[in-house]
Design a protein around this ligand. Structure first.
Ligand SMILES: [Zn+2]
Length: 325
């Protein structure tokens, strides 16, 4: 049991901390605000963080922004500087991660060229050219896996027993392709991870409040998952059957301007991915899900849906302290 004094010292070291929602802390570190999941606090070797847009060297509409992806509108220098600041802020939470700081950000941060797939990579070093895929697994100390998002769900995974960590990117296509379940399967295959030992944190993403999808998405989920109806709000069944829920006025003989309100459905990506984890054997108690919506909270996050392609990208990263073995 740490003393109040050492806890205070730890808190000072990690910057000011506020609880933004149950189980999630927002840490102010060197001008950045990083979100962390308390569920990972019990794993001594683990470092992690979900970025927000606060701080950073990028300028977006005249405001400083922590853009962590090499987007068209931003300079390479600004993004590189932002990535360095983000990685240092994550490592600052634990004094144990000295080696990663020493070997440099370029060598310690592994990212992917994300393609909305179910491709899982096992990584042992940062490659000059990031591999294509949407999930990465690692067992090496001193390395960080980073997933970039601006609405899609970032999912961080850790198996404290086999000392494996992973990061997954899941939008609707990746969710449909069961990318998180496949990452778990690969953890089991390569490293002997038992799902019951795995801890998972689903970071800020677009919520069902803001994620309207078309009938083709409802149909695709309906064809893949018996539970799909539970992950949609709105008249899912009508969308899923393939019959057009919003026929054109000239087909229905309703005069233009007198049609009933257009029917819409919204997808809950969190519920779908949480279900996949539980279905694969992860204990529901070991899953933390942020309720923060990127679409509702553009003060804190980038949202592709709300702001368009010209917005920035967040990064969610997880790694192992360098001197923990
Ligand atoms: Zn929302």
């Amino acid at each position: 049991m740490p003393s109040a004094h050492s806890t205070r010292r730890q808190a000072r070291k990690a910057g000011a901390v506020s609880i933004i929602e149950d189980g999630w802390a927002l840490r102010r570190i060197s001008g950045l605000e990083i979100l962390t999941a308390e569920i990972f606090d019990s794993v001594p070797w683990l470092v992690h963080g979900f970025s927000t847009r606060k701080g950073g060297a990028s300028g977006l509409n005249g405001v400083a922004a922590l853009n962590l992806s090499f987007t068209d509108w931003d300079s390479r220098e600004a993004v590189t500087q932002n990535r360095g600041a983000f990685v240092r802020a994550i490592l600052a939470q634990k004094s144990a991660s000295k080696l990663a700081a020493k070997i440099g950000i370029e060598e310690s941060l592994i990212t992917l060229r994300q393609i909305h797939s179910d491709v899982v990579h096992v990584c042992s070093k940062a490659a000059a050219r990031a591999p294509q895929g949407d999930a990465a697994l690692c067992v090496k100390a001193g390395l960080l896996l980073g997933i970039q998002t601006a609405d899609c769900i970032p999912i961080l995974l850790a198996d404290p027993r086999q000392r494996v960590f992973g990061a997954v990117h899941a939008g609707w296509r990746g969710t449909l392709a069961r990318v998180v379940a496949k990452a778990l399967g690969r953890m089991r295959l390569e490293f002997g991870s038992q799902p019951v030992d795995v801890i998972a944190a689903l970071g800020p993403a677009i919520g069902p409040c803001c994620y309207e999808v078309g009938p083709e998405v409802a149909q695709a989920f309906s064809a893949q998952f018996a539970q799909a109806a539970e992950w949609f709000e709105g008249p899912f069944e009508r969308f899923a059957t393939g019959e057009d829920p919003n026929p054109l006025p000239w087909l229905t003989m309703i005069p233009p301007g007198h049609e009933p309100p257009r029917e819409r459905v919204w997808l809950d990506l969190r519920a779908a991915n949480r279900w996949q984890l539980v279905d694969a054997g992860v204990n529901p108690r070991n899953i933390a899900v942020s309720a923060l919506c990127t679409g509702c909270r553009t003060d804190l996050f980038f949202s592709y849906r709300k702001e368009g392609a010209g917005t920035g990208r967040m990064m969610s990263a997880i790694g192992m302290c360098a001197n923990s073995r």
